[in-house]
Design a protein around this ligand. Structure first.
Ligand SMILES: NC(=O)c1ccc[n+]([C@@H]2O[C@H](COP(=O)([O-])OP(=O)(O)OC[C@H]3O[C@@H](n4cnc5c(N)ncnc54)[C@H](O)[C@@H]3O)[C@@H](O)[C@H]2O)c1
Length: 309
């Protein structure tokens, strides 16, 4: 077992990826706070208590776990969650922020509430948990933080709130990595791909089918989406990042799915143009020629204008 004696919080651990992470951390010997308020896919309140089921599963397998039903979006509740981990298990070594929900709309249709809710659960929720946890981890001079971003940080249609939050989580994670590394705390971000209620559900499948019928998806692309691997394939990399063996893996971004894990080459300067004379001041006329000839040469518009129908 690679996490014997460690204590962990996994948020959003009642379902999907969080559940698989909680089960694996417990299997590797960690005591786990299984956090999940059991909300619906859009964050709506329900009577569900999936955290209880995960705790029962961990205990049945001989592990140690306790349930927590608070929302990560609430600053005070996040603090209480960290405190209850410390009070119950003696410390907090590992924080895995998996909690998430979606409110998908085109930007012109998105309500202010859609934007605020997604930012508050994902970005503010990550900050809440990391803020409270690092206070304790810093005094222990030990910590492993694994945050959940998404490939959507690159931009995703219908998900501008989510993409913004997920890109923000990368900046947050890399800042925590720089601030806390000296205290023995690492912070890394995951961009998973896994079939959960978030990615594969009736509405999503119906959308893929429409795009297949309209020729916007090939049969092979449709089949690949329908065969999306499960969340259990994401958990091992998270558990690895939580081990002592990963002490020098810090501030990195990983995509993980079945059969494949890759890093993102993030934040590196890609191409440059230079201006030496005129005190280094480009003119707009110069940029009209230098941008397409230099910075953007060979780089297509990611969403070119279409003729109106
Ligand atoms: N599944 C994927 O392919 C995929 C891709 C990219 C990113 N992600 C990210 O991975 C994470 C897990 O996603 P999933 O696919 O397992 O989704 P999921 O819906 O199966 O699980 C998310 C869990 O988070 C819980 N949750 C929601 N709001 C919460 C809150 N305020 N406080 C605490 N818990 C809350 C939900 O109750 C749910 O059980 C999310 O952050 C998601 O954005 C998933």
């Amino acid at each position: 077992m690679n996490l014997e004696g460690k204590s962990a919080i996994v948020t959003g651990a009642g379902r999907g990826i969080g559940k698989e992470v909680a089960l694996l951390l417990a299997k590797e010997g960690a005591s786990v706070v299984v956090n999940d308020p059991g909300v619906g896919r859009s964050g709506e309140v329900t009577e569900d208590k999936p955290a209880d089921e995960v705790v029962a599963e961990i205990k049945a397998a001989g592990g140690t776990a306790m349930a927590n039903y608070d929302s990560v979006a609430d600053y005070a509740n996040a603090g209480r969650m960290v405190k209850s981990c410390v009070d119950t298990f003696g410390k907090i070594d590992i924080l895995v922020n998996v909690a998430g929900m979606l409110r998908e709309r085109m930007i012109w249709n998105m309500t202010e509430d859609d934007f605020d809710q997604v930012i508050s659960v994902h970005l503010k929720g990550h900050w809440n948990m990391c803020h409270h946890a690092t206070k304790v981890m810093r005094t222990e001079r030990y910590g492993r933080i694994i945050n959940f971003s998404s490939d959507a940080f690159k931009g995703a249609v219908g998900q501008c709130n989510y993409s913004a939050a997920k890109a923000g989580i990368i900046g947050l994670t890399r800042s925590i990595a720089r601030e806390c590394g000296r205290y023995g705390i690492t912070a890394n971000a995951m961009c998973p791909m896994a079939a959960t209620r978030m990615t594969v559900n009736d509405a999503v499948i119906a959308g893929w089918k429409r795009r297949l019928d309209a020729g916007l998806l090939t049969q092979a692309q449709y089949d690949a989406r329908m065969a999306m691997p499960g969340p259990e394939f994401v958990a091992p990399m998270v558990a690895y990042l939580a081990t002592d063996a990963a002490e020098d893996v810090n501030g990195q971004i990983f995509h993980a799915e079945r059969s494949r894990i890759h890093t993102y080459y993030f934040g590196e300067e890609a191409r440059s143009i230079f201006k030496q004379d005129d005190n280094g001041m480009f003119t707009v006329d110069e940029l009209i020629s230098m941008v397409p000839e230099g910075l953007m040469q060979g780089i297509p518009n990611i969403a070119p204008k279409e003729d109106s129908k």
